[in-house]
Design a protein around this ligand. Structure first.
Ligand SMILES: [Ca+2]
Length: 103
């Protein structure tokens, strides 16, 4: 990644690249993340900040809520709404960590 990018720009690039990393190779679900791949993403990318990432039931509930058009996959728009939705809990997690380290 080019060094000229700011930290915020790099963060956005990572989030976008992550979508492509987990995107399905199946031609029928092109440009979307399958349910199983999304569960993998929760486990591997967000295990330190979100709870229940290893629970299939919890992951399926998240997927069901995200899958607005109910096609059984997560498209980029749905993925991005997930990123927006988790920023609140992650911000709380970071605040808690900062409070613990300063006390
Ligand atoms: Ca969908």
């Amino acid at each position: 990644m080019a060094d000229r990018y700011t930290k915020q720009e790099k963060a956005v690039v990572v989030l976008v690249e992550n979508f492509y990393k987990y995107m399905s190779n199946n031609i029928l679900v092109k440009n979307k993340i399958s349910k199983s791949s999304f569960r993998n993403m929760l486990q591997h990318e967000l295990d330190h900040m979100l709870t229940n990432t290893r629970s299939r039931e919890a992951a399926d509930k998240v997927i069901q809520e995200l899958d607005k058009n109910q096609d059984g996959c997560i498209d980029f728009e749905e993925y991005w709404s997930f990123i927006g939705a988790i920023t609140g809990p992650i911000a709380n997690h970071i605040r808690e960590q900062e409070q613990q380290s300063s006390s």
